[in-house]
Design a binder for this molecule. Sequence first.
Ligand code: ATP
Ligand code: MG
Length: 349
Amino acid sequence: FELRNEDLRDLKELGAGNGGSVKMVEHVPSKTIMAKKIVLIDAKPAIRKQILRELQILHDCRSPYIISFFGAFIADPNICICMEFADKGSLDGVYKKIGPVDGEVVGRVALCVLEGLTYLYDVHRIIHRDIKPCNILLFSTGKIKICDFGVSGELINSIADTFVGTSTYMSPERIQGAAYTVKSDVWSLGISLIELALGRFPFSDSDDLSDDSLDDDDDFSDIHEMEMQRLREEEEDEERATAWNNAQKEAQRQRQNQKSKGVSLQGGGMTMSILELLQHIVNEPAPRLTWGSGGEGREEFGGDAVAFVDSCLLKDPDARLTPGELLTLPWMDQIRESTFDLEAWANSF
Ligand code: ATP
Ligand code: MG
């Protein structure tokens, strides 16, 4: 059926991210519950139409591990994307509610996300670009699916021009200006798995970082601002004068002026702590599944699980495994054979 905004009845606000907000709605004629993502696009009508055309690929993305798509339309000045509603919400909400997530569940998340990524890439040559707990959704049936992948280049550009987004799941090579590959998604998955296992973002507790602003969304947005500056520069001249380099120079200059941490940098609105986080990701050893959880880590994460996450978080993208390779690791066999009842788990909180 053709989706029209007039046929949608708002039921509930589900949340807002950097690119827009999401509402639970009912498609009245078909009595279908949907999630409607509203993205404010500051672009010309021609660009909006182009985005809408590109989004049509979503109709062909059919996998048990991908949120299904009902349709998209323009409701000036917004673009609305209607998708399957996940009744248990996103995994960031889950761990914020119940705390550190069980090893069996973390393993199941890894398996489902990898199946989803493999499908997107093998069938459609789509790289997700935004793997993180808030883009992994849970159903009361125990199903786990991914959403919000970068299907429309034009939409990615438009959001980039208008909004600032979280980029702390960014791989070291991305921070340093390399292009997205499917291995960048693998890094983001590794960070996300540790986040679920710890019940908090893995970098926020590092003693190398000032902790005054890492939980603050405003600061995360600064990373994006920096990333955008990098993209703009990349467009303007082919030189590798990345925002990263500039930011480092700027930071050095600022450090000479002022010793204290967390000081705002002029111009770009960056704070030292964010720069330090990026530097940390690039320069320090990657976090591990056992890292920060109080020494030895939790029993449920055996050697296979730790080795799996280590393979996601190899800093050299060439050495890092692909989704397909990760699916062959022993932890994934273990999870496939497990009799853990995810449906019961999803209904237990
Ligand atoms: P970002 O904008 O950085 O990707 P985000 O994913 O949290 O962050 P949105 O994509 O706007 O932001 O989503 C906002 C919230 O709405 C999500 O965190 C999630 O909890 C909820 N949500 C999104 N899509 C669905 C869906 N299909 N079903 C149920 N809840 C959803
Ligand atoms: Mg999202």
